[in-house]
Each structure stands twice: as structure tokens, then as C-alpha cells.
Design a protein around this ligand. Structure first.
Ligand code: CA
Length: 492
């Protein structure tokens, strides 16, 4: 060990902090009350925001489950870590920050959602869900083989994490807690069945959009709350989620009988499939979020009980955001704010209390964690430590880059894109379609007016050049750079 730790202590430095990262799946900022949610109260998550920093423009460069996780672990965008879509396997031999923490003397663990196909490396302890994992009675993969645990995944993952935290150790630790929730098909746990039962959620202003100025792919995408959510398999109307035992099934039916009937009655009365699906979708999605929020509160309480709060950094993030009816959609994948925009809340020693409005990226998390652990960040990382912003510095963060690569996905049909966003503007190039979007987030935060069609030429040129320069700085593949170059030449 601890060579590094012994050296630090010999130099009179306090031990580096413990680090806990809770990483959920598909959790939108709009479903966290610290972000001003009109849908749900999340006291656990709000506690992190209150005691620490809320990042308002944190961006996932590739808003898809596995690629986002690969960027978290490597601090690199997809073209450099090799994990561009959900069809590939993460190369476990590459450099990751958990391996560097381990080498520096940290004890490391991951519990819950992993989703990188290859088994975890760089962790002293791991117990992870295979693939997407199950909401009920989930199977886990461990170094000793597979095992099944009875109950609701969010609660089981929390219990396993708490058990690990309770173990005695004489090293600083890093714990990554991955939640399956609130990923599709949004099966709530028994403790949340009745939550929001009689609530009517406000509809977002773009629920009933006509996609008027957006790129043509938006109208064609298969993620509409009315047309593409499956009433049985997604909304679970009259259809308990898979994997329940007889007792759990009976309890589900008892709780959902009246709710299923209310869905049918509303649909028949109003004929409004979009509005009716939206309410049912939000009920179950937010129930899943409520359980994640309780998990966060439980983990923080455990740190309090163990007297570890003062020397533990606590991070909450999701792999990306999610559409909660914006643009008439569920799901993610786009560079639009509800999808690429991701919650990030951090509290801990040396972290101020406040809000960061600068644009930050998921690739910034690895160098940030290495800085906490006092491990020098390798030169090849794409991200930059958030340390100065967490300490209250005024550092400029000019832009965040994104690239969505998933091809031939019959379930969603989202076109590939590259994009860059500054604090105020966002440019997206759909290179298969040859179409552009440009938004002014100050005057149009809901991204309804595509300025590419009517905006000032100077702004278009400026944002296009920013996209080109970011691609070149990041060493993105030459073929995609040349596509953007050709499009730029054609435009002027
Ligand atoms: Ca996800």
C-alpha cells in the first residue's frame, strides 16, 4: 500500500478522503427537487445539494448507458475508450481511475448496475447485475459466480453497499453504487406502490410538440409516449413485471388492480392516449426515483453513524438524463438538454455549498476523483478536474462535446450526431442526414427554435468552428472531422 499513503502521512498530510459515488440509470434532473422538480420531492438528494454543490449544466457526451459508464471510468470520450454503443464490451485492460485508486492504496468496491459486459477490474470487491439486471429478485455476478437475491433491486443494492461500508478497514475507500433504477420498464418497489396514486402531474410544454423546426430525425424517432410506450411491457398495465414470485405477484395485483382500472377509465373517458400514458409513465418512473432517493439518504445516514461524513466525498450522478415527456418522448440518446443534461451533486471535505452553472462533462469526473485521492491524473484524459469549481473558483469551462454513434437501432431510430454546447449555445450535426441544429439556451431553454434555419450567420460559423476545433483537440476520428469540414465548406 500503501506506499503512497505512508508517504503522505509521513509528510504530515491528512489521509485522502473516502469517496462514494452513487450512479443511477436514466435519472433526469427534472425528477430531483434540488433541481426545481415540479414532479417529486427528493430529500436525500436535496441533502447533497444543500451541503454541497449542484451542477446545472453537467453533460454526458454519449447519452447511452454503457458508453456513459465507460467515460466515467476512463475520463475519456467514447472514441478513445472504445465503448461507443451498447453492442460492444468494455476493454477491461485499459486504464481506469479505480485501478489507479487501488494502486494508490484505496480499497475499492462496486455494487449493483455495471453494464459493461466484461467483468469489473480495479475493484477489491464487486457484486454486479448482469447486463441491465432485474428489478425483482435480481441475479448478481461475483468473482465466486452467480447468485440470486430475493427482493427489490434498489433496496438490495443499498443493503449490500451498507454491509460493505460496515466492514472494518484501515485504508481510505472508494465505493461505486450503481442503481438499475429508474431504467425502463420502471417497475417500482413494494414500498412505493401507493406513492403518487392520486397525483396528476403537470405536462411539460413540449409534450404535444409538432417538431416543427427540429431535424427530420426527431419526428421519426421511436420514443413517443403515446405511440411507442408499450401498455403492458412498459407501463405494466394489467401486467406485473417479470421475475416476481407468487407472493410478490399477489401483492402487485392487489396494489395495481385499481390503478390499472383508473388508467383504462381515463383513456376511455378522454381518448387521450398521450396524456394518459404520460401520467402512468411518470407515476412508475418517479416511484423508482423515490427508492433511489431513499437509498442515497440511507447511505449518507450510514456514513453519519460511522462518523465518516467529514472525511468522505459523496457524489450522485446518473449515466445520462431522460425525457419525461419533453418533445413527447421517453428515453435519451439525443443531445437535447433533458437527455444529455445529467444530474451531478457533490458534497464532502473542501467542497463549498452552492451552484455551478459552467458547462461540465462526465469525462471530468475521473480526474476529479483522482485529485481527491491525490493521484496525478494521466495526460491522456479528456476531462479536467472539477476541483476548482467545487472549491468556489471562477474557472471558465467553455464547452462540452458529444457524439452519439449507435447505428441501426430498430427500437429508437435516433440518427447519429456530433455536437458541442457552450453555456449559451448548442450546435448539433446529424451527419447521416446532413442536417444541423443550433439553439440559444438563454432565449430558448426548451430547444424549440432551431436557429440553423434563421439564425445569424456569424453565430452559425462560430459554433461550427468550435465543433471542429473540439473534435481536433480530442483526436476524434479523421473521417468524422472531414465530414464536418466538408459540411462547413458547403455551408459557406
Ligand atoms: Ca442509462
Amino acid at each position: 500500500m500503501i506506499a503512497y499513503l505512508a508517504m503522505a502521512l509521513a509528510m504530515g498530510q491528512a489521509a485522502p478522503p473516502n469517496i462514494v459515488v452513487v450512479f443511477s440509470d436514466d435519472h433526469a434532473r427534472a425528477a430531483i427537487s434540488a433541481y426545481g422538480s415540479k414532479l417529486i420531492q427528493t430529500p436525500g438528494l436535496d441533502r447533497i445539494a444543500k451541503e454541497g454543490v449542484r451542477f446545472d449544466r453537467h453533460i454526458t457526451g454519449n447519452p447511452l448507458c454503457a458508453p456513459s459508464r465507460a467515460s466515467l471510468l476512463t475520463g475519456k470520450h467514447s472514441h478513445a475508450n472504445g465503448h461507443k454503443d451498447n453492442t460492444t464490451s468494455f476493454d477491461p485492460t485499459q486504464q481506469t481511475f479505480p485501478k489507479m485508486l487501488q494502486k494508490a492504496g484505496y480499497e475499492t468496491a462496486v455494487v449493483g448496475k455495471w453494464h459493461l459486459v466484461s467483468n469489473p477490474t480495479g475493484f477489491d470487491f464487486w457484486e454486479v447485475l448482469p447486463g441491465q439486471g432485474a428489478y425483482y429478485n435480481p441475479e448478481f455476478i461475483t468473482p465466486a459466480g452467480r447468485l440470486r437475491r430475493q427482493g427489490y433491486s434498489t433496496e438490495i443494492i443499498t443493503e449490500r453497499a451498507v454491509e460493505w461500508l460496515r466492514q472494518a478497514r484501515n485504508k481510505p475507500f472508494f465505493l461505486l453504487v450503481g442503481h438499475k433504477a429508474p431504467h425502463r420498464y420502471w417497475a417500482p418497489g413494494p414500498n412505493e406502490y401507493d406513492l403518487f396514486k392520486d397525483q396528476v402531474f403537470p405536462e411539460p410544454p413540449t409534450l404535444r410538440t409538432d417538431y416543427a423546426t427540429l431535424a427530420s430525425g426527431a419526428k421519426k424517432a421511436l420514443m413517443r409516449v403515446d405511440k411507442h410506450l408499450r401498455i403492458k411491457n412498459d407501463l405494466l398495465v394489467g401486467f406485473p413485471p417479470p421475475g416476481l414470485d407468487a407472493e410478490q405477484t399477489a401483492r402487485w395485483k392487489q396494489a395495481f388492480g385499481a390503478q390499472d382500472e383508473a388508467y383504462r377509465v381515463r383513456l376511455e373517458r378522454t381518448g387521450d392516449l398521450l396524456g394518459t400514458n404520460y401520467q402512468r409513465y411518470l407515476q412508475n418512473y418517479l416511484r423508482c426515483v423515490a427508492a433511489v432517493d431513499k437509498s442515497v439518504a440511507t447511505l449518507m445516514d450510514e456514513l453519519d453513524r460511522k462518523g465518516l461524513t467529514q472525511n468522505t466525498v459523496f457524489v450522485y450522478a446518473s449515466d445520462q438524463g431522460f425525457f419525461l415527456g419533453e418533445n413527447g418522448w421517453y428515453d435519451k440518446r439525443w443531445f437535447y438538454e433533458p437527455s444529455a443534461g445529467t444530474p451531478l451533486l457533490v458534497r464532502g471535505p473542501g467542497v463549498r455549498s452552492g451552484v455551478v452553472s459552467q458547462v461540465t462533462s462526465h469525462v471530468d469526473l475521473a480526474p476529479t476523483i483522482l485529485e481527491w485521492a491525490r493521484v496525478p491524473a494521466p495526460d491522456d484524459l479528456h476531462g479536467k478536474s472539477l476541483g476548482p469549481l467545487l472549491r468556489g473558483g471562477k474557472e471558465e469551462r467553455p464547452a462540452a462535446y458529444g457524439h452519439f454513434y449507435e447505428s441501426d437501432d430498430p427500437d429508437h431510430k435516433v440518427p447519429k450526431w456530433v455536437g458541442v454546447t457552450t453555456a449559451r449555445h448548442k450546435i448539433v450535426y446529424y451527419y447521416e442526414l446532413g442536417e444541423w441544429e443550433l439553439f440559444d439556451l438563454h432565449t430558448d431553454p426548451l430547444e424549440r427554435r432551431n436557429l440553423w434555419l434563421s439564425g445569424p450567420v456569424g453565430l452559425k460559423r462560430e459554433m461550427m468552428r468550435l465543433l471542429q476545433s473540439r473534435q481536433k483537440d480530442l483526436g476524434e476520428e479523421s473521417w468524422i472531422c472531414s465530414r464536418v469540414d466538408a459540411a462547413a465548406r458547403a455551408a459557406w
